[in-house]
Design a protein around this ligand. Sequence first.
Ligand SMILES: Cc1ncc(COP(=O)(O)O)c(C=O)c1O
Length: 390
Amino acid sequence: MLSFREHVRERLEELKAASLLRDPLLSEAQGSTHVVVGGKRLLNFASNDYLGFSQDSGIRKALEEAAKQWGGAASSRLLSGTLLPHRKAESLLAAFVGHEDARLFSSGYAANLGAISALVGPGDALFSDALNHASIIDGCRLSRAKVLVYRHKDMGHLEELLAENRQSFRAALIVSDGVFSMDGDIAPLSELRRLADRYEAGLLIDEAHALGVLGPEGRGLCASLGVQADVITGMLGKAFGLAGGFVASDAMTIRLIENRARSYVFSTALHPALALAAIHALEQLRQAEEARKRLREFRSLVWSALPPPLQARIQAHPHVPIVPIVIGEVQKTLRFAKALNEEGIFAPAIRPPTVPEGSARIRISLSAAHDPKEIEWASQILRKKCVELI
Ligand SMILES: Cc1ncc(COP(=O)(O)O)c(C=O)c1O
């Protein structure tokens, strides 16, 4: 028998021994393009602020004014927490992603958790990509449906699992990230749609890293490939530069989610100021063609800096502003991150369980607000460090 404190100490020591104990960086100044640590300014390659909206003056002003006007959220949505800003933002977001209706959640994590567990349950089946985000994995677990995991983007494997198992379950839902955030690659949406139709399953796509970045007016991966998912989840903490999440679908499916998603029903509503600021950000995001172009140029610069053997380790999509440098071993990855830090670049080591064992990496995440000169400079440093250290 262990005392509770001994138990906690042991768990921490285990993490430390595996080099998996994390101490988050404390930045002394806000900024998507830079962090300031101990007075030192570092180029920030670790935000998801793809369009630089977190620091945009118009969006900040909208947030301030909305906060003044509406104050706190004060209640859950099904009690008295549904306010005009929520409904307005929901109908605009739904239309933006080509669905009938939407519901806002307090985070993207809560949106995935709630939507998946609301839509399927015991006796149903979930088919999930092996590299899906933790919020999808946790939604699958919470649902208590049977979870069948297919190898990353392996449509042959998914079809095998569907053919073998689909008939034994009542309803089925295929769930996948659209853009995989740790690899910067994209899901094969047309194939997923075809298999979903063939086996009478629903298709849920997480558009977290695609909204604002891919597709016409930044409408996301589904819009970019012309594929309609049955349900999409979207995040306001990435290209929108805010915080929060939403689920969009047809009105009937949204009604079920609104009634059954525990992270929606039993949680305080998203702050109404975030809902109003999201409306403002959405308008701006649709018009951000220049920023999207700049992001693609930045991505191309950073990607070309990687030696070909490192490029060959991943299938990152050229329009996704995420460039992973897969190193493998945790210690080696930590050394690489430290070397970048000493040069003035913040790009932390991403380790298990965020990525699979043996695939620790540096993840470069770009923002259109970065200065082109700094991206050129950083690309040269990256090239040098890749040659020296990998
Ligand atoms: C693919 C994906 N889905 C969901 C989430 C969760 O979103 P949020 O940070 O708004 O909770 C994230 C990021 O954290 C993500 O990368």
